[in-house]
Write a protein that binds this ligand. Structure first.
Ligand code: UD1
Length: 418
């Protein structure tokens, strides 16, 4: 099993290009199941999760061709003839559950393993199922699977989500585009990845308005056609690199960034004293020698993203003063903290709140990535720690960061995979 070895203490300098967003490509791949024509997805990041989703589409009978040089995937879902997303794949990657809506809408049936818990909480799918059921699906759960079926077509409905879940919004949206009549999704998620999915669906011929607001309206169509679609840049990868510059006392430029999407991250970094300037698609980050403590509360978009919470914890260990982080989205997303403490961080947890003492010198240590963003937080800590850090279980990091160590090395970091 591979590990990352990091020798800390180098201020990062240079330019990095941000890859396509993991959380945009995964629903986009699922959406390709909605048409029998070919779909071409562009600016696709080469990530473990992307391979897992392609394997799932292949196992359903679709054909996927990943042209890595051109960052392009061609999906041919004309011969989809299976309806089951097995436990092994869903257990590996929760986003596999996103095939349920499209399979049900185009084929009238889907059987998907229940995702169960993961390192950051219990993560139920009740909102997905409530929405699909409102569209007319018969839903049965048993033996660890959810089976959904419909006779004929789904029927449009008015659906209110009790929480603006990203995955539930995407699953219901994908199901509704082929339903009979009008669907209204209220209290929908407004994340940029939902908007990117709606853009893809519209270019396949769907009739959708309001994506990016809390009310999405859909008028169902009989069939969708193939298209070409570009995946938006990854705002979480961008935020992670911004923090890598800030935590090492460095100064870097990020290319391929939607500056609008990283507003909550830029705002908090500016509050901490980090200099950030933006041009079209480009962000310059210049650290301050004396970052200040800031308080953070995670929220659905456009609030501060939960996917940046762990990385921010590492950074705030270096800031002047005491910071407070409140995690409101996931119930158990502080797994990185016990590992950061092994590196010398002084953090107390009280329920969903973490209190971080700043100006603490971090020391290299052997630590374990418990999930994707926890792994990113440990990389950041390792980059600024005194001495050597060894991070194990880096398969979690490979799920969502493309060539992380190569990109960091190009900025001067001493990091290698062993
Ligand atoms: C997506 C992102 C993930 C991010 C999260 C929140 C992808 C592939 N993953 O995950 O990186 O951290 O959004 O921004 O896009 N919930 C329910 N019932 C449901 C669905 C969700 O109670 O049916 C709860 C979850 O337990 C959680 C909250 O809603 O507490 C947010 O989850 P959700 O927005 O659905 O996250 P995901 O789509 O799984």
């Amino acid at each position: 099993m591979s590990v990352f070895i990091i020798d800390g203490g180098v201020p990062l300098k240079g330019t990095v290009r941000i890859s396509g967003a993991k959380n945009a490509i995964l629903p986009s791949l699922a959406a390709c199941l909605l048409t029998e024509e070919k779909t071409i997805l562009k600016d696709v990041p080469d990530l473990e999760d992307v391979h897992t989703m392609c394997n799932l589409l292949n196992s359903l009978g679709a054909g996927t061709t990943f042209n890595k040089k051109d960052k392009e995937i061609i999906v041919d879902a004309s011969s989809v003839n299976k309806y089951t997303a097995p436990y092994e794949l869903v257990n590996q990657m929760r986003a596999s559950f996103l095939v349920m809506g499209p399979l049900l809408a185009r084929k009238g049936r889907a059987k998907v393993s229940l995702p169960g818990g993961c390192a950051i909480g219990s993560r139920p799918v009740d909102l997905h199922l409530k929405g699909l059921s409102a569209l007319g699906a018969n839903i049965n759960t048993g033996h660890g699977y959810v089976e959904a079926s419909v006779k004929g077509r789904l029927t449009g409905a008015r659906i209110y989500l009790d929480f603006p879940s990203v995955g539930a919004t995407e699953n219901i949206l994908m199901a509704s585009v082929l339903a009979k009549g009008r669907t209204i999704i209220e209290n929908a998620a407004t994340e940029p990845e939902v908007v990117n999915l709606a853009t893809l669906l519209v270019s396949m011929g769907a009739n959708i308005t309001g994506a990016g607001t809390d009310t999405i309206r859909v008028i169902g169509t009989d069939r969708l056609h193939g298209t070409e679609h570009a995946v938006i840049p990854d705002r979480i990868e961008a935020g992670t690199f911004m923090l890598a510059a800030a935590i090492t006392g460095g100064s870097i430029t990020l290319e391929n960034v939607m500056t609008e999407h990283i507003k909550p991250i830029s705002a908090k970094l500016r509050e901490a004293g980090v200099e950030i300037s933006e041009e079209l698609g480009v962000v310059h980050v210049r650290s301050t020698s004396n970052p200040k403590a800031v308080d953070i509360k995670t929220h659905p978009y456009p609030g501060f993203p939960t996917d940046m919470q762990a990385q921010m914890t590492s950074f705030l260990s270096r800031a002047e003063g005491t910071s407070m982080i409140v995690e409101t989205i996931f119930e158990n997303r502080f797994m990185h903290i016990s590992e950061l403490k092994r590196m010398g961080a002084r953090i107390k947890i009280d329920g969903r709140t973490a209190i971080i003492e700043g100006r603490v010198p971090l020391m290299g240590a052997q630590v374990k990535a418990t999930d994707l963003r926890a792994g990113a937080a440990l990389i950041l800590a390792g980059l600024c720690a005194e001495g050597r850090t060894e991070i194990s279980d880096i398969r979690h990091i490979d799920r969502g960061y493309e060539r992380m160590e190569e990109k960091l090395r190009a900025l001067g970091a001493r990091i290698r995979r062993e």
